[in-house]
Design a protein around this ligand. Structure first.
Ligand SMILES: C[S@@+](CC[C@H](N)C(=O)[O-])C[C@H]1O[C@@H](n2cnc3c(N)ncnc32)[C@H](O)[C@@H]1O
Ligand SMILES: Nc1nc2[nH]cc(C(=O)O)c2c(=O)[nH]1
Ligand code: SF4
Ligand SMILES: [Mg+2]
Length: 213
């Protein structure tokens, strides 16, 4: 199978339990909860997306003919050292494209594989770190994993229900509204959740604060 990748880059994981870790990001093109076109945003299931995942024209992006080609490109971004190789598969919705061949090829290059998914498709069992970020109004089938990362506030999502799922870490991530006042309100709302429910921890998108990708 070939893979449509919007962009690929080396950075720090900015979110979640692995925040601060050196990582190659592979951003797959396409999502099942929004077309990615601004004119469709208001009618999409997921309306707050902060990401351009349309097409394959980003830096490091392209159509990769097969899994070894994609994995070799990720290894090039990491560099020759094999120690601690870590990649994050995101998008868009990465589970639309991740398959056995890709997981095997990334493992063969020595990568620990993390994934950021909306959970509407089952996670590939070979993924080493599964992060699920549920979206209100979607049917989440992947109800177990390493971290559940809820963007907040999110009308229609129920914290009690999510606490019943099988995740090792429960994280609240303030909604990036695109403006300072909105972001301050999101942060206050997220802090209030943690103060009220000690099972949850605050996670911030630190790459945005640091000016990283
Ligand atoms: C762009 S998504 C791609 C992966 C997958 N489609 C998903 O939604 O989990 C990556 C992460 O960014 C989060 N995210 C998207 N838009 C956001 C926003 N405006 N504010 C905060 N987090 C956001 C998502 O919830 C997800 O955890
Ligand atoms: N640095 C950095 N960390 C991230 N963690 C999750 C991201 C994503 O868009 O999936 C992301 C991203 O876009 N950049
Ligand atoms: S599910 Fe993820 S990639 Fe798709 S629109 Fe929502 S945040 Fe963006
Ligand atoms: Mg992002």
């Amino acid at each position: 199978m070939s893979y449509a990748v919007k962009e690929m880059f080396l950075t720090l994981q900015g979110e979640g339990v692995n925040a601060g870790r050196r990582a190659v990001f592979v951003r797959f093109a396409g999502c099942n909860l929004w077309s990615g076109r601004e004119q469709d945003r208001a009618s999409a299931i997921c309306q707050f997306c902060d990401t351009d995942f349309v097409g394959t024209d980003g830096e490091g992006g392209g159509r990769f003919a097969d899994a070894p080609a994609l994995a070799a490109a990720a290894a090039d971004f990491w560099g020759p050292d094999h120690a601690e190789r870590f990649c994050v598969l995101t998008g868009g919705e990465p589970m639309l494209q991740i398959d056995d061949a890709l997981v095997d090829a990334l493992h063969a290059e020595g990568f620990v594989i993390a994934m950021e998914s909306n959970g509407t498709l089952p996670a590939h069992p070979g993924i080493d770190w599964v992060c699920i970020s549920p979206k209100a109004g979607s049917e989440v089938v992947q109800r177990r994993g390493d971290e559940l990362k809820l963007v907040w506030p999110q009308p229609g999502s129920d914290l009690d229900t999510l606490e019943g799922w099988d995740f090792a870490n429960l994280l609240i991530q303030p909604l990036d509204t695109g403006d300072a006042a909105g972001n301050a309100a999101s942060e206050a709302a997220a802090i209030a959740v943690v103060m009220d429910r000690p099972r949850w921890r605050l996670t911030l998108q630190v790459h945005k604060r640091l000016g990283l990708r």
